[in-house]
Design a protein around this ligand. Structure first.
Ligand code: NZQ
Ligand code: ZN
Length: 391
């Protein structure tokens, strides 16, 4: 196991009706004037926004409201939010929605107290300072409710890039599984896929002797395999949604990723797809992961065989471990298909003729030098082949 530090100070409030306490948690964490940030309207239709406003009113905390965050959130609205926070003296950003809303809120929070262009953070500058952020989560997926990360798409060039810093870890996150019951099945499944990707991207490590985190990741993957189909079949299954929601947080606050190198090449390769085609991040990952895994499998075939045996229940073929490894990747692909995820470029809405453009942005965009690194370093040629495998 490698040396590590781990700092995860978010205060979690979990369970039914907990969103009604939002105002008191804003107060507890020092907010005196709030920007409520939300997405395309699901929180208006469900009545959640009204409940959040009422809870702030009860604490006599003034607020402004900025809606309109799109999935795969854009830089334009971030600039607008930063402007509002500066002009109005906002000192707390409250995200009400999914990963996109939370990430946009984090970008606004960091940008408001920064003299330069907030995009610097998405070009590699570490976020040292930000307004405090609180979240009320409505979809189990991105894990942004417990992570120090934010992913934004820059409209000029459609670069989708991540930023990080402990300053943007939410001060509190309210997780009421019942709020996820209004999700369309496709979004629920995309969220499940994203959570599984966060687990796989940590599982694919070059660090040895990481039994504790291996075992934790396997437990969370098994949970997703058990609970995923239950919630697709019965969207109102509170207990299944509760297990998925907490697994989604644990998959990505890095408790299961400490002390080990991680991959993130599937995410990098997917981010160009959701940037160009505006598809759901999880749906893009469903197409990306099996292709990447097949491509890099021989780098450490026993790692893939291990997850195949321990998580997917495959038989170990000791003479041919690659057969076991492949069976595990196939099991993942079948599972994702069974919950309604796309399996190839056409089902995702992606086009083969765009592959050179995707590879160019992926491997050369924003200062990259012709490759992406992770479990295996992938060159432009590798990435081209991987995209072709998805067709
Ligand atoms: O915008 P509204 O109307 O709220 O609708 C959203 C949106 O259309 C809808 N939705 C959310 N909760 C709902 C609901 N509809 C009905 N009922 C509810 N309860 O679902 C759609 C997707 O929402 P979004 O926030 O985009 O989903 P998700 O949480 O999957 O976030 C995706 C974004 O997170 C980034 C992705 O790249 C993508 O941009 N990621 C962020 C990470 C992080 N910050 O740590 C890590 C991830 O790997 C990921 O890259
Ligand atoms: Zn993700």
């Amino acid at each position: 196991m490698d040396n590590f530090t781990f700092y995860s100070p978010t205060f979690f409030v979990f369970g039914r009706d907990t969103e009604k306490e939002a105002g008191s948690y804003v107060k507890k964490f020092g907010g005196t004037k709030v920007l409520i940030h939300y997405g395309g309207g699901s929180v208006v239709r469900s009545g959640l926004l009204d409940r959040v406003k009422a809870s702030l009113d009860r604490e006599a905390i003034p607020y402004l409201i900025l809606g309109g965050v799109k999935p795969n959130p854009r830089s334009g609205l971030v600039y607008e939010g930063i402007d509002i926070c500066r002009k109005e003296g906002v000192d707390f950003v409250l995200a009400v929605g999914g990963g996109s809303v939370i990430d946009s809120s984090k970008a606004i929070a960091a940008g408001t107290v920064y003299d330069g262009d907030f995009w610097d953070f998405y070009n590699g500058k570490y976020i040292e300072e930000a307004l405090p952020v609180g979240t009320i989560l409505t979809i189990a997926a991105a894990g942004s409710e417990g992570s120090p990360d934010s992913v934004i798409t820059k409209e000029e060039g459609m670069f989708k890039r991540g930023a990080t810093g402990n300053a943007i870890r939410p001060r509190f996150s309210i997780l009421n599984p019942a709020l996820t019951q209004t999700l369309p099945a496709f979004q629920t499944a995309a969220g499940i896929t994203d959570i599984m990707a966060h687990l796989y991207e940590r599982y694919l490590t070059n660090t040895t002797e990481v039994e504790v985190t291996d075992r934790l990741i396997e437990a969370l993957l098994l949970t997703m395999i058990h609970e995923g189909p239950r919630v697709i079949e019965d969207p109102d299954h509170y207990e299944a949604r509760a297990n998925i929601m907490w697994a989604g947080m644990m998959a990505h606050n890095n408790a299961v990723g400490v002390g080990r190198s991680q991959d993130w090449n599937s995410h990098n390769i997917e981010h160009e797809l959701s940037a160009l085609y505006d598809c759901a991040h999880g749906a893009g990952l469903a197409v990306t992961m099996p292709a990447v895994f097949r491509y890099v499998m021989n780098h450490n075939v026993m790692r893939f065989a291990q997850v195949a045996v321990r998580v997917w229940g495959c038989q170990m073929d000791f003479a041919h471990p690659e057969v076991t490894a492949l069976a595990g990747i196939e099991a993942l692909r079948h599972f994702l298909k069974s919950i309604g995820m796309p399996g190839n470029f056409a089902e995702l809405g992606a086009k083969e003729e765009d592959i050179p453009k995707l590879v160019e942005v992926l491997c050369r965009g924003d200062g990259r030098q012709g490759s992406i690194s992770g479990f295996v370093t992938l060159t432009e040629e590798d990435c081209t082949k991987i995209y072709q495998m998805m067709v």
